[in-house]
Design a protein around this ligand. Structure first.
Ligand SMILES: [Zn+2]
Length: 398
């Protein structure tokens, strides 16, 4: 442990507040190696002498893993890639598609990790924006791969001159934030907490994190959330107490007038939500229109793969059955979806809960790798319908 910490101190800059909080040695090797690769441009033949000169001698599985990493590169987007793997991939794509893609950080998290967003679109002035965020909850890995794959599909479509994609890039700017909660996501990958949902803000007495989908300032902490920091639906000390949420808010506010579609991707349960989540008796004035736009998207998703996504006002799910209730703890007051709809007045606001439809004991958060592509494909089909609706039904919401 000490050995690897000294490697981090030698090779990582002091921006890594995570450096002193490891779990297993192997996880640390991997996290630090990925960090080094991300922040530098070493080749394999330079890399081992470098870490050896820092007194480090990875062996066995760790050594083989490092060699493979250099030989094959990061396997994105076909894998449940880690934080650094995803961002390295995004930077490489930005270089490959400089005329239509920009990668920017919207800010740093509590643990001082960057939140990178991909901005994709043909150059144009004041274009409407489609925003997609995924991974607001750490353990929902399939949502992150879906965000990453949507980036990939837009870029591939541009490369192959797919007329439908060229239209989408001409009509909209796409803002995609694939890892909305980096601290939580990193915790699930490297720090022994595969089923961790929240952020990692230190609330004292061994309690960490607030629910980043309960921390938004609309009906904050009124329903379906907890004021106890040890609970998974803890709403935080106050609205915007979570740095990653505050960064998202600031970015969304800055694009308020151009924001046309807001889609937040979660797992699981196979639902497509429309607002509001905080109360089953509260509807936006264009609720019917949102519901029918959602139903059209869900129909396209079903046509693509056969998967059935039920379309509901999210708060309604609480009254369907106990089974469903257990799966939609995501949906309550202080959610991003409600805040965007009520405060920004964005027209098309949706929340997705991806596959599977049901599973016991939280095991639905662990999805096999062969689901990555089909899930991304069905979301992509639904998304195209959402975009089409957003283009044609150009109604300004009061
Ligand atoms: Zn979630």
């Amino acid at each position: 442990m000490k050995m690897y910490n000294s490697m981090l101190l030698t090779l990582c800059s002091d921006e890594f507040t995570l450096c002193s909080r490891g779990v297993s040695q192997s996880s640390w090797v991997r996290f630090s190696v990925e960090a080094i690769i991300f922040h530098s441009s070493y080749e394999l033949n330079q890399f081992f002498p470098l870490i050896e000169s820092a007194g480090q001698h990875p062996h066995g599985r760790d050594k083989r893993w490092i060699i493979q990493l250099f030989q094959r590169g990061f396997q994105v987007p076909d894998n449940f890639a880690s934080y650094y793997q995803i961002y390295k991939w995004m930077m490489a794509k930005e270089k490959e598609f400089p005329s239509i893609m920009k990668v920017e950080s919207i800010g740093k998290t509590y643990e001082r990790m960057e939140q990178y967003i991909a901005k994709i679109g043909e150059p144009g002035v004041d274009k409407p924006i489609i925003w997609i965020d995924s991974g607001i909850h750490g353990r929902e890995w399939i949502s992150v791969t879906t965000g990453v794959n949507i980036i990939d599909k837009l870029l591939n479509g541009y490369k192959t001159k797919d007329p439908q994609v060229l239209e989408l890039l001409k009509n909209f700017d796409w803002y995609i934030l694939p890892v909305a909660n980096p601290d939580g996501y990193i915790f699930t990958h490297y720090r022994g907490g595969r089923l961790w949902r929240k952020t990692r803000t230190n609330y004292g007495n061994g309690m960490y994190g607030a629910d980043p989908n309960r921390n938004w300032d609309y009906k904050w902490c009124e329903t379906g959330s907890s004021r106890l920091p040890n609970m998974s639906s803890y709403c935080g000390l106050k609205p915007w107490s979570e740095k990653c949420v505050e960064n998202m808010k600031n970015t969304l506010l800055s694009i308020k007038s151009r924001l046309r579609v807001y889609l937040t991707i979660h797992s699981y349960g196979q639902f497509l939500f429309v607002p509001y989540a905080w109360s089953a008796n509260s509807y936006p004035q264009d609720y019917r229109q949102l519901l029918s736009a959602g139903q059209a998207a869900a129909a396209a998703m079903r046509k693509s793969s056969g998967a059935i996504y039920q379309v509901w006002q999210s708060s309604r799910l609480y009254i369907i059955s106990d089974i469903v209730m257990a799966h939609v703890l995501d949906e309550a007051s202080g959610s991003s979806m409600d805040w965007v709809k009520a405060t920004l007045g964005t027209k098309y606001v949706f929340g997705l809960e991806l596959r599977p439809a049901s599973a016991e004991n939280n095991l639905g958060f662990i999805v096999s790798r062969n689901q990555i592509k089909p899930v991304a494909q069905e979301v992509w089909e639904g998304l195209k319908v959402m975009a089409e609706n957003a283009k044609t039904n150009d109604v300004v919401f009061g």
